[in-house]
Design a protein around this ligand. Structure first.
Ligand code: SF4
Length: 396
């Protein structure tokens, strides 16, 4: 039974709320591929993809993923580059690496299956409390709550939670309500009903309360506070960052660099460059970066445009340049083992961060236009990528 200090009972008995929500879900649930059969592997992958990503964005990625990696064994055996390439564009690449690490543990220690145990799930890379609850309830219909951002918003409005979103008090209140309302034996449908209600009706900006099956219980609606719940946490200042990168072309190949194995976008490939040193123009700054980090003095640079992209805490302006006329390349190159000359026609293969992929597309489009205009510049045929050693580099 739900206590009235947490959930108001304006019109009906509290224990019918779950029933009303379940009835609404039966009639209005979204048709999603992992809801056909509720195969634990598919539920797990969907939950990881949905972290930081909306359903409509992730669906195409999900479909491609299931074609390439139809089961746990296939993801466990795959080269990491294949995994990252398939994830390209979804961002937060640690999610993809953690899927592979967890799949390998499942294969080696857990009989090749997604474990049906909350604590074991929690011990796997990339699976936190929410995700473990979502897998337990959606894949196995076990009695665990799974309050994602949508559910948190609904609870904040239902119970008129005045604590700032994300605060301990807010999370504790949501958690308490999630446990109290969970209909035992129906957690699969109940948790998904909350997710769908949050996506379709209890919208963040303008909730469609007239369509809401539980509006009679909503304390925020009763008080006229729907626009004030959940209370937003104080916003952190957004940091502006200027970056620059160069498409260096030489004999039909482009120079790319592997990012370090830890940190943001670990192990992805990129076009060499970095943060523009303060007080410098992007063009001068990237010249300095190439000289300091690679020991290469760039020739004349041509702009390929500016790509703007945002993360939670910062906004980036990435200035892209083309260098078709490098000075003679030095024999000794710093960090040469991280560099690779890749044939232009092979640029689709390595996994790049989205912003760098956009630069490559702009570069390829420029080449295509040049080809059509009968320019001597043309896209060469695909060949095996040429690894860069110091020797290769001096000959490139
Ligand atoms: S009544 Fe409105 S604000 Fe309250 S839960 Fe339903 S949609 Fe959300």
């Amino acid at each position: 039974m739900v206590s009235k200090d947490i959930l108001p009972n304006r019109e009906k008995e509290p224990d019918t709320l779950s029933e009303e929500l379940l009835a609404w879900f039966a009639a209005n649930s979204r048709k999603l591929p992992w809801r056909i059969g509720y195969i634990p592997y598919q539920v797990w992958i969907s939950e990881i993809m949905l972290q930081q990503t909306q359903v409509k964005t992730m669906l195409a990625y999900y479909d491609r993923w299931m074609v390439r990696f139809p089961d746990i064994a296939s993801i466990a055996q795959a080269p990491e580059d294949d995994v990252l390439r398939l994830w390209e564009g979804l961002g937060y690449y640690a999610r993809a690496r953690n899927i592979q690490k967890a799949a390998r543990i499942m294969v080696s220690d857990l009989g090749g299956k997604v474990p049906r145990d909350f604590d074991v799930l929690r011990s796997l890379p990339g699976i936190g409390r929410y995700t473990a609850g979502a897998i337990m309830s959606i894949a196995f219909n076990a009695d665990y709550p799974a309050a994602d951002a949508n559910a948190g918003r609904i609870f904040a409005r239902l119970g008129d939670i005045a604590h700032p979103s994300g605060s301990k008090e807010f999370c504790d209140s949501v958690d308490r309500m999630a446990w109290q309302l969970l209909p035992r034996g129906r957690s699969r449908d109940f948790n998904q009903a909350l997710m769908d209600l949050g996506s379709l009706v209890c919208l963040a900006k303008e909730p469609l309360c007239v369509q809401c099956p539980i509006s009679g219980r909503c304390e925020a609606l009763y008080k006229g506070f729907t626009g004030l719940r959940p209370v937003k946490a104080g916003k952190k200042a957004v940091i502006q960052i200027a970056r620059a990168a160069v498409v260096m072309v030489r004999k039909g190949k482009v120079l790319i660099r592997r990012r370090p194995g830890t940190g943001l976008m670990a192990h992805l490939w990129e076009l060499p460059g970095g943060d523009v040193p303060s007080g410098m123009s992007p063009q001068k700054g990237v010249g300095r970066l190439w000289e300091d980090e690679l020991g290469i003095r760039l020739g004349p640079l041509e702009s390929l445009g500016v790509i703007k992209h945002s993360h939670t805490a910062f906004r980036v302006e990435l200035h892209a340049f083309l260098c078709n006329d490098p000075n003679p390349l030095p024999r000794a190159v710093k960090n040469a083992q991280q560099l690779q000359w890749v044939a232009i026609a092979e640029l689709e293969k390595p996994a790049f961060p989205s912003a760098h992929r956009r630069i490559i597309r702009a570069f390829l489009e420029r080449l295509r236009c040049a080809s059509q205009a009968d320019s001597p510049v043309a896209i060469p045929k695909a060949k095996k990528p040429l690894p860069v050693s110091t020797q290769d580099f001096s000959n490139a």
